[in-house]
Each structure stands twice: as C-alpha cells, then as structure tokens.
Design a binder for this molecule. Structure first.
Ligand SMILES: [Zn+2]
Length: 131
C-alpha cells in the first residue's frame, strides 16, 4: 500500500488535531509503518532486518501469523505452514503465499475456538462433578 505524500500530511495533521503532537507521531509512525513494519495479514508489528544495501539480505517475519520472508539478492525464501518457496518470486507466488497465510489464520482461529469450547465443557463437567 502506498500513500502519497499529500495524503500522509493530511492524515498527520488530523491526528495531531485529535490526539496531540506526541501521540499523533506515534500513531502516524504505526500507520505508515515507518517505525514498526506491520504484518499485512494480522496488523501486528513484524520482525524486520535489512542489509539490502550492503549484502542484498533482508528478513521479515511475523511470529503471530507464523510466516517468514527472506531475501537473498535476487532470490527469495517464503515460509509459512504448508508453504515453502525458494527462488525468484513473482506476483502469483506472493499471492499464493498470502493465501496460505490467510488460510493458516482461519485454521488457527478455528483451533482456538475448538480449544476454548473444549475448555469450557471441561469446566462445566468439573462444576457438575462438584454438585
Ligand atoms: Zn501476522
């Protein structure tokens, strides 16, 4: 997502007006992802390290979603549960990678619901046992 400079300035201005100067810069930094790069899927801050200028190496990683993207010059390594790719990436590979991340997120949510409902029914059983 790229936001043009005029729009960024307008956003910052609005944030300052609504939240005050110091908070506005924090929020703005989060928003444009300058300070902390964000995960496109879950919105949490990702691990990011780049020495692209020096060695062509770069890594981005979201521990929340469980994906990793490493760049070695012209080759990229994309890793997430159920997906592995190493080589030159193009639009459709990225798309497949993103889709797998989304699918994993849905699966994780489903497992969490399952886990919580299991926990709840166990608790109920325990309570009933006490009666
Ligand atoms: Zn994520």
């Amino acid at each position: 997502m790229s936001i043009n400079r005029e729009r960024k300035r307008a956003i910052l201005k609005t944030l300052i007006k609504q939240h005050g100067l110091s908070k506005a810069y924090d929020m703005f930094g989060d928003f444009i992802g300058n300070r902390k790069p964000m995960c496109a899927s879950c919105g949490s801050a990702i691990y990011y390290y780049s020495e692209w200028q020096e060695t062509g190496y770069e890594i981005k990683q979201c521990t929340n979603c469980g994906w990793m993207h490493q760049t070695f010059g012209l080759s990229d390594e994309l890793v997430t549960k159920g997906f592995y790719y190493y080589g030159k990436v193009n639009e459709s590979i990225f798309k497949a990678f993103k889709q797998q991340i989304e699918a994993n997120a849905v699966e994780r949510k489903r497992m969490r619901v399952l886990f919580l409902s299991k926990k709840k029914s166990q608790q109920k059983r325990k309570e009933r046992g006490r009666e």
